[in-house]
Design a protein around this ligand. Structure first.
Ligand code: SF4
Ligand code: SF4
Length: 299
């Protein structure tokens, strides 16, 4: 059974709730698919058993031994990735103390500069700083991706993480996979939820929370899986919480439960534990247990 936990925006408490679900007792596979900002590994401190390089496209590099600083590539680059940069040691043929260089963060990997360079001074190299890790943690197995700054194609890395989670599930005989998805409605989110058995959307009682929830549910409606909503920190604005419940009811989406605001959730994180582990008797933990039971009961 694959359960994806997502949110329309960051800061709703999605990862805290994912971590709580992952430590309710039953052994699980945790797949942290928030590859731009994976953080569950900090909480679960997994023992790594596997590390794989993720190739996130390519970038252009200039062989300065061949480059004549003609500037042709710079004129063609539509991403503004190529510019003259000052150098104390090299003087270009244009007479300035500047050399042509490529900003790897801005480079889109389109290869145009490689084709137009008259000196064949540009090569494409793999973006290979992103990684996927997997291993064991105290309640099962864990897999997560870390996209290096400036590297793209997060959706493909999410697919890689999910594929590894399924392999771990088969190898270990652990059936339950908890996916902590990225916030928003981008391609990485779609990769996180495609083909799952159920999706839980965590929201909070703010106007922007409601707005983002609507966008998220609209996106989810294109897929055919069991959908649930959790209203986190509902007591911070009970009026908007009621609006969220009424909106969900109108859309035929089930609200699995509401969770009170409690600083104990942050205290748990600071102590590298889920709230279930840190404060099992707290109101928050009780609510999360009831929500999980409700979701399990009805799918
Ligand atoms: S087109 Fe080639 S030779 Fe000209 S500046 Fe660019 S890399 Fe250098
Ligand atoms: S590969 Fe494309 S984006 Fe990258 S520097 Fe060359 S022209 Fe610009």
């Amino acid at each position: 059974m694959e359960t994806a936990v997502i949110s329309g925006k960051g800061g709703t408490g999605k990862s805290s709730i994912s971590a709580a679900f992952a430590t309710l007792g039953e052994r699980v596979i945790v797949a942290d698919c928030d590859v731009d900002a994976a953080n569950l590994y900090l909480l679960f401190n997994p023992q790594h058993q596997d590390e794989q390089i993720y190739i996130a496209g390519q970038k252009a590099v200039i062989d300065i031994a061949k480059c004549t600083n003609c500037g042709i590539c710079m004129e063609y680059c539509r991403f503004g990735a190529i510019s003259f940069k000052g150098s104390a040691n090299i003087v270009s043929i244009k007479g300035s103390a500047n050399i042509v260089s490529i900003d790897e963060i801005s480079c889109d990997g389109c290869r145009l500069c490689e084709r137009v360079c008259p000196e064949k001074a540009i090569d494409m190299v793999n973006n290979d700083r992103s990684r996927m890790y997997s291993g064991s943690f105290r309640n099962g197995k864990m897999v997560y991706g870390r996209l290096a700054p400036g590297e793209e194609n997060s959706g493909k890395l999410v697919n890689m993480v999910r594929e590894r989670a399924r392999v771990l599930s088969k190898e270990s005989g652990i059936d339950e996979i908890i996916i902590d998805g990225p916030p928003g409605t981008g391609c990485a989110v779609i990769s996180s939820i495609t083909g799952t058995d159920r999706v839980i959307v965590v929201t909070e009682p703010t106007s922007s929370g409601l707005h983002d929830l609507k966008r998220t549910l609209e996106m989810i409606s294109k897929f055919a899986f069991s959908t649930w909503v959790i209203i986190n920190k509902y007591d911070l604005n009970e009026s908007i919480s009621l609006n969220i419940e009424s909106y969900c009811s109108g859309e035929g989406v089930r609200v699995a439960g509401k969770i009170k605001f409690d600083p104990v959730v942050v205290d748990a994180m600071i102590n590298s534990k889920s709230v279930i582990e840190y404060a099992p008797g707290s109101h928050v933990s009780q609510s999360i247990k009831e929500i999980w039971r409700e979701i399990q009961r009805y799918g």
